[in-house]
Design a binder for this molecule. Structure first.
Ligand code: DX5
Ligand code: ZN
Length: 223
């Protein structure tokens, strides 16, 4: 099953609620919320206040991607803001295992993200506890970049390991994905597709989302 998660980073923030509702109407499964602190990545986006505001207007699954140096300090705020999935980066500060446990104890799904330069090895000790692994397909920090296809090799290794362990963990990919290259993601084992500019930049978001899903169904994991 493929899930599409539009990234609001690419939306028109002067009409935030409308943009979110538009994604709901267009058939989005999740809503990807990129939190950036200007320290972990060289860009600043938004925080829990914005997320709790849009929580009031949307029932989509809130997929919160924390690109912040000290996620442990802010987990409570994002839980309170209404996150359904919280993804922390393996490269961030703090005890990764403790943060994973903390998120799960609060009945929020948990994801672990790896940047392009980080090996899948760092995910392996935590895999059994994770709901999702996020394999970054660009350097985190900005929307509108070009996908780095080599990062998809990691999805293949992770998908094989997930199957081997009998898990149902999702593999999310994020960065530079569009309806023309999404098949590379599904055929390498990813099943949650983040796309910002490809969806918000189109005047037919419903068509883009549905093409992405059908491309993924046409190109399942090739092993
Ligand atoms: C990058 C973010 C992505 C980004 C994706 O750091 O994590 O979610 O918004 O945007 P596109 O699809 O435009 O690459
Ligand atoms: Zn993201």
């Amino acid at each position: 099953m493929t899930f599409v998660s539009p990234s609001v980073l690419a939306c028109d923030f002067s009409h935030l609620a409308d943009e979110v509702l538009k994604m709901e109407a267009a058939g989005a499964d999740y809503l990807h919320l990129d939190v950036m602190d200007g320290h972990f990545v060289p860009n600043i986006s938004f925080g829990p206040g914005v997320i709790s505001s849009i929580r009031k207007v949307s029932r989509l699954l809130f997929d919160v991607h924390l690109m912040i140096s000290d996620p442990g300090k802010y987990l409570d705020s994002f839980i309170r803001a209404g996150a359904d999935i919280i993804t922390i980066h393996a490269e961030s500060n703090g005890d990764i295992g403790e943060m994973i446990d903390y998120i799960k104890e609060h009945d929020v799904r948990v994801g672990l993200a790896i940047s392009p330069g980080t090996s899948y090895d760092v995910v392996m000790p935590y895999l059994d506890k994770l709901d999702m692994v996020l394999v970054m397909t660009v350097e985190p920090g900005f929307g509108g970049q070009k996908m780095i296809p080599e990062t998809l090799d990691k999805c293949r290794v992770l998908r094989r390991e997930i199957t081997k362990r009998g898990l149902t963990t999702n593999i999310e990919v994020d960065g530079g994905i569009n309806a023309d290259n999404v098949w590379l993601c599904s055929s390498n084992g990813a099943n949650v597709i983040v796309a910002g500019s490809a969806i918000f930049g189109s005047n037919k978001p419903r068509a883009v989302i549905s093409k992405m899903k059908s491309e993924c169904e046409l190109h399942p994991f090739a092993g």
